[in-house]
Design a binder for this molecule. Structure first.
Ligand code: ADP
Ligand code: MG
Length: 728
């Protein structure tokens, strides 16, 4: 057996960029695709769109300068000809591709300016008798400065020097008709000549299925590990008395939908357990998540615990505050409003009421837990639009309760004492915990009246980004998921129209007519991804243009750079119908509720993603009248933009849209992989590999029960790398 090669620190850094931190990770760094260098296609038979290997003689080679410096070579053979084009090239390449040279080129053929061409094909000089490759050539995901050859060598060395022990027992493999781990990896890295390229490309080959199964199984095991770990942490058991909830429900002008009842029941059951709930409440825009959150809050309050309700923006937070104040004041509960823009004095007052336990419900923005706010007895934290919150913020939230635990543990020798200091000025049990997590150890106080120990609040996350349930469950490995899958009755679906920018004048006329009839409209400014300054400039220009176009209308502008007070003022003016038309950037994306607004124009809709379009459209259709959403687009449309607009035009169901988005872009893009940090699937595709996922679910339980060692080894192989994230 060979010995492991030495890897230089520079290479290690590059490998780390690929997520390879241990030698064993090299084994699971699998090819992205394969190049077929096993045979040659006659040039005359090549069709545009095909990726092929051809061989011929360079009969012409020149550098052209229009539109930019390009090396163009003509490759001929047996009456066929094809052009090779290089936009970036070295002098050595130019020499290699000089007239008269015999070349083998592999690349995708397409129709170009001169006829059939390949752009940046992989080329090498050959003789008449240079042998062809015997098997498909793997192409790995790589990073700048790390060549395919270097990566191949490292992986080959890992395959030779590391044990490829199967983590799964034979009996399971036989029952599931899965191939062995070692064989599968060898084959994927070094396919034998008899293997059909297509089975490897579309990942349907048995070797791929084994790897995908392993990945899904690891994910299932890690989810179970999370759950088990959470089951060992403590949270207050908030019994479901339901008295306050019943009173609120009775006072509502509407009846809860079945989905609202079901999801609340799921939440209520979790809250009653002495372990922290971590549940994601998924529901389309307008599905009525707020009332479910309010009911959950009441369950905590009824048990004498505090609730924090947090939103990513001031506008949203305030909306929640006003709504919950209306709902809960008759029940004798006065929420406290807390936001970054409060005056120092007011903030201090609010903070004191929260710290003393006088207030049981605090509603606000991130400020609630980013700043020095300490809760007396936090039982439940509700986070709206949780995808806007980063991993760090979720951790900070959890630590609000943890600090209390630290005080108790530090001061006792071995086991944590179940005792905490009482609230300031109140006789409730609980502890002051600090956001900065620097509470100084103090002697453990004797147990107070035999109450329970408060360590960690329950967490309820809410999201209107409707992602498919399976995806949600595997993406948020540590979350339970409840889905509100029906809208309250009596909504008129929004009509969506696609209008080319060439017909902008007609759209203006429509906006004018609607506003003069007493309706209100949104005009969403084009999205400029590259720069915030440009985005702002575009918003200002759009506003000026529309104000000029509609001198008879009152036009307002809301954008992300307005200060909070100004933004609130504009939104309030729109809400009270002082403004006819609100020009806005995507700040209005989430949560804004103005029932009288029944027309929305989305300018340059082709630049926006599906989720964003869906969210924006959800701002209209909130009242009784028929609403209209006009998607104004600029020609020409890219294929992706065309596909997106078609989907949003045809469907108003957020989950259906998300499902299609998933197919269009894949889960990583859909969710913004970097944002969460929880392990994403690299190989398996939960929509295409549902059968494997089902097996993985069953086997995970069986493995944990009958083969705990195997389960441990399996998790180690697949998750060792991701450990940092496991506890978020
Ligand atoms: P979201 O899920 O987007 O946060 P909200 O909670 O803001 O939705 O609810 C949207 C609107 O629907 C609110 O005006 C709310 O009062 C109303 N609503 C909620 N549940 C129901 C229901 N069961 N029947 C009728 N209207 C409802
Ligand atoms: Mg909401």
């Amino acid at each position: 057996m060979n010995t492991p090669v030495k890897i230089s620190p520079a290479t290690l850094a590059k490998l780390a960029k690929l997520g390879i931190r241990h030698r064993a990770d090299l084994l699971l760094h699998l090819p992205l695709r394969y190049e077929d260098e096993t045979h040659l296609a006659p040039i005359s038979t090549v069709q545009p769109g095909q990726t092929v290997q051809v061989q011929g003689t360079i009969t012409h080679s020149e550098i052209t300068f229009r539109p930019r410096r390009t090396l163009v070579c003509r490759l001929q053979n047996n009456g066929g000809e094809l052009y090779l084009r290089f936009l970036n090239f070295y002098p050595s390449q130019q020499k290699q591709l000089a007239e008269g040279k015999q070349i083998r080129a592999i690349g995708e053929a397409r129709t170009g300016y001169y006829g059939l061409e390949m752009v940046h094909p992989k080329c090498r000089a050959v003789e008449d008798d240079t042998p062809l490759q015997q098997s498909l050539t793997p192409v790995y995901p790589t990073t700048a400065g790390l060549s395919q050859t270097a990566l191949r060598k490292l992986i080959a060395n890992a395959l030779e020097t590391l044990p490829l022990t199967d983590t799964l027992p034979d009996t399971l493999l036989r029952r599931l008709h899965l191939t062995g781990f070692a064989d599968s990896l060898q084959l994927l890295h070094n396919p034998t000549p008899d293997i059909a390229a297509s089975a490897l490309e579309d990942r349907s080959h048995a070797a791929w299925r084994r790897v995908k199964f392993d990945e899904l199984l690891a994910q299932q095991l890690s989810m179970r590990a999370h759950h088990r770990e959470r089951g060992q942490r403590l949270a207050p058991a908030l019994a479901a008395h339901g008295r306050l909830a019943a009173r609120l429900i009775q006072d509502l002008p509407f009846a809860l939908t079945k989905a609202q009842q079901r999801t609340f029941a799921e939440i209520s059951r979790d809250l009653a357990r002495p372990h922290p709930m971590q549940r994601l409440l998924l529901g389309d825009v307008g599905s009525g998540k707020t009332i479910v959150a309010a009911l959950a809050a009441l369950q905590a309050i009824e048990n004498g615990y505090q609730v924090a309700l947090m939103s990513p923006t001031e506008i949203l937070a305030e909306q929640h505050y006003l709504k919950l104040r209306d709902w809960l004041t008759p029940l004798g509960i006065a929420p406290v409003w807390l936001s970054g823009s409060l005056k120092k004095k007011e903030k201090q007052l609010a903070a004191e009421r929260i710290a003393s336990g006088e207030t049981l419900l605090a509603i606000g923005t991130h400020a609630l837990f980013q700043e020095q706010i300490s809760f007396c007895k936090l039982g439940l934290a509700i986070v709206d639009e949780q995808h806007k919150f980063g991993v760090q913020q979720r951790l900070a939230l959890r630590n609000k309760g943890k600090a209390a635990y630290a005080v108790a543990t530090d001061s006792s020798d071995a086991k944590p004492k179940q005792s905490l200091p009482p609230c300031r000025g109140k006789d409730r049990m609980g502890v002051e915990s600090r956001a900065d997590n620097t509470s100084t150890p103090s002697p453990a106080l004797p147990l107070q009246g035999g109450g329970s120990c408060f360590q960690e609040p329950h967490q309820l996350m809410m999201s209107a980004t409707p992602i498919p349930r399976t995806l949600a469950m595997s993406y948020y490995a540590d979350l339970d998921v409840s889905v509100i899958d029906e809208l309250p009755p009596g909504r008129t679906p929004v009509i969506t129209k696609l209008v080319s920018d060439a017909r902008r004048d007609e759209v203006f006329a429509r906006v004018r007519a609607a506003c003069l009839e007493g309706r209100q409209a949104y005009w969403v400014c084009p999205l400029i991804d590259e720069s915030e300054a440009l985005q702002l400039q575009t918003a200002l220009e759009t506003f000026q243009l529309l104000a000029q176009t509609f001198p008879e209308l009152r036009v307002g502008l809301a954008h992300g750079k307005l200060d909070n007070a100004e933004k609130a003022r504009v939104m309030a003016a729109f809400k009270t119908n002082e403004l006819h038309l609100l020009v806005a950037t995507t700040v209005i994306e989430v949560g804004v509720d103005v029932p009288n607004a029944s027309l929305m124009v989305i300018d340059h809709a082709e630049r926006m993603g599906l989720a964003q379009l869906h969210q924006l459209r959800g701002r209209v259709g909130r009242g009784a009248m028929q609403s209209l959403c006009i998607l104004l687009y600029q020609q020409p449309l890219s294929e992706l933009a065309r596909a997106r607009l078609k989907i949003i035009f045809e469907s108003t169901d957020g989950f259906a849209i998300a499902q299609q988005d998933l197919q269009l872009r894949g889960p990583g893009e859909l969710l913004g992989a970097r944002q969460s940090g929880v392990a994403m699937l690299r190989f398996a595709d939960i929509s295409a590999d549902e059968d494997l996922l089902e097996h993985a679910r069953q086997i995970a339980d069986e493995l944990l029960r009958d083969y705990p060692e195997a389960a441990r080894a399996h998790l180690h192989r697949w998750m060792a790398n991701k450990h940092d994230y496991l506890h978020v």
